[in-house]
Design a protein around this ligand. Sequence first.
Ligand code: GDP
Length: 192
Amino acid sequence: MPLQLKFVTSAKRHVDLPDAQHEVAFVGRSNVGKSSLINALANQRQLARVSNTPGRTQLLNMFVLPNGGSVVDLPGYGYARVPAKERAGWQRMIEGYLLEREGLELVFVLVDGEIGPTPLDVQMLDWLRANDVPHTVVATKFDKVKSAKRATRKKDLAARAELEPGDIMWVSASKGTGIPELAQHVLMMLTP
Ligand code: GDP
């Protein structure tokens, strides 16, 4: 079943978001496929914006489920052409949210399954680990990995993320692979 996500609001600071009982967040490098994934989870085309334009979604976007659980889409990191000042703002926004958000149960860190974790992804994973923020890794664009390469890619990606291959969920927003399983995981985290 698709997640019945409804957009609530966007904010620059987590303190401006409505309170959350139970919440999960999605974070990842820009272009990792985060908007496509959220749209696939909700089975809606336009819920999260799919766009390659840097800097278009530098806000925290909050969605709710009928059971009151919430999902936050964090702005993508790693735009090459974003000025340092803006990057620092991004970091404050994200770190503030991740460290201080009441009700945050789990962070889904998206990593591009085709290219594997970038240095920025590894930095994010190290930071989450160092700060004891509960997180798990979702590898995107599974359809882009040739079937002959899948087993090795799974092992490689897990090693670089310092996880066991079984701890990483693989999804394809285009083909629907792994989407019901991920939706189920989200629901499980958000069930009161
Ligand atoms: P975001 O910047 O992380 O929100 O990424 P988008 O959802 O905008 O996706 C970035 C690009 O990757 C777009 O061109 C998408 O069409 C493409 N993309 C996203 N998910 C998939 C997928 O599962 N498979 C394939 N082949 N392409 C995808």
